[in-house]
Design a protein around this ligand. Structure first.
Ligand code: FAD
Length: 314
């Protein structure tokens, strides 16, 4: 059979061009031939001013057809019983009476307002008020956000920058209180800091650094400088947004552990980290369902596995 294979199993070649060819007659501005990937992607160095932000980020719409295509691929090619939009509860898992369970329920945003810069305070006073949201609440858009917003940033990432931009675009005045000594410091190494700063300053972001909150009291947020301890109060705050880490969503795993045999978990429901951890641990968890010895991966094994199951890259 020829033609494009859908869903899982297209191989890395679908993402990373395997080979390049020269565009017939194509020269760049310096007279250098332009290479073109054989699958249609093109690698070229281009001037910065030709790069424009993706207007659809942060992503707000998800392609249901693509999800269904992936599910159909898993069902058809591997015989997996995929159930979309279904919450896995301990009861449902028990009813399925499985030989093994792998839990990958991810993480949830922390709602405690805890920051390691204030380690003796487990729960920030006032976080249980109705006007205190998490950054995920903002993105989901299901809870009202007021005009004057204070964002408490323990993360220092572009994810928080994204939340600020969403708020600014929706018409809020945003003041960010960051525990860090630079605004979104993790974006320095990924080289998007300057780009984010110009967008956010252009939209009116206000901020204070080296600071954290001591308490939320109605429409007031008491903040203190990390180095001097000097406290100040931000008044007339309609909404406080916590961007203060995530917690493992481990309820399902803990409910099943000890009750159902052969239970494994991987990814953020162990501890919130990165995608590569989830992918690697998911692979290990799958192998461990066969036996604990199977968790070891020998040199070249992954490549042999891909060749046997997925085939050569397109
Ligand atoms: C804003 C943000 C930016 C990030 N950026 C990066 C990045 O640039 N690079 C990187 O490597 N990592 C990044 N990460 C981290 C990365 O997204 C996670 O490490 C990764 O998604 C974890 O994968 P997972 O499968 O463990 O959990 P998830 O991807 O969170 O998947 C868990 C899924 O399980 C579902 N679920 C939960 N409970 C149930 C239940 N009971 N029944 C059914 N379904 C359930 C959830 O709805 C979710 O869809 C980022 C995370 C965030 C929040």
């Amino acid at each position: 059979m020829t033609g494009r294979r859908g869903g899982l199993g297209r191989g890395l070649g679908a993402l990373i061009p395997a080979a390049t060819e020269m565009v017939p007659g194509g020269l760049d501005g310096d007279g250098v031939p332009i290479p073109r990937a054989v699958n249609g992607a093109v690698f070229r160095e281009i001037p910065l001013d030709e790069i424009t932000p993706n207007p659809r980020q942060p992503r707000t719409a998800f392609d249901e057809d693509a999800l269904e295509e992936l599910a159909a691929s898993l069902r058809g090619r591997f015989g997996v019983d995929v159930r979309l939009s279904t919450e896995a509860t301990p009861q449902l898992v028990r009813e399925l009476a499985p030989d093994g369970v792998v839990v990958a329920t991810g993480a949830l945003p922390s709602r405690s307002g805890f920051s390691s810069v204030n380690p003796l305070v487990d729960t920030l006073p006032g976080v249980d008020q109705d006007n205190v949201l998490t950054s995920w609440d903002v993105l989901e858009g299901e809870r009202p956000v007021g005009r004057r917003v204070v964002v408490l940033d323990d993360d220092g990432t572009r994810a928080v920058a994204g939340v600020c931009e969403v708020l600014l675009d929706r018409g809020s005045e945003v003041e960010l209180v960051s525990r860090w000594n630079a605004l979104f410091p993790t974006t320095l190494t990924t080289l998007d800091m300057a780009h984010l700063y110009s967008r956010l300053f252009g939209k009116g972001l206000a901020y204070r650094l080296n600071a954290w909150a001591g308490a939320i009291e109605g429409d007031r947020v008491v903040v203190f400088n990390l180095y001097t301890g000097a406290a100040e109060t931000i008044e007339d705050v309609d909404t406080v947004v916590l961007a203060a880490g995530a917690k493992a969503n481990d309820g399902l795993y803990l409910a099943l552990k000890g009750e159902v045999g052969n239970v494994h978990r991987f990814g953020d429901c162990v501890a919130p980290r990165k995608l590569d951890h989830a992918v690697y641990e998911g692979y290990i968890a799958g192998r461990e369902l066969w036996s604990a010895d199977e968790r070891y991966i020998y040199e070249g094994e992954l490549e042999r596995w891909e060749e046997a199951t997925v085939g050569s890259p397109m």
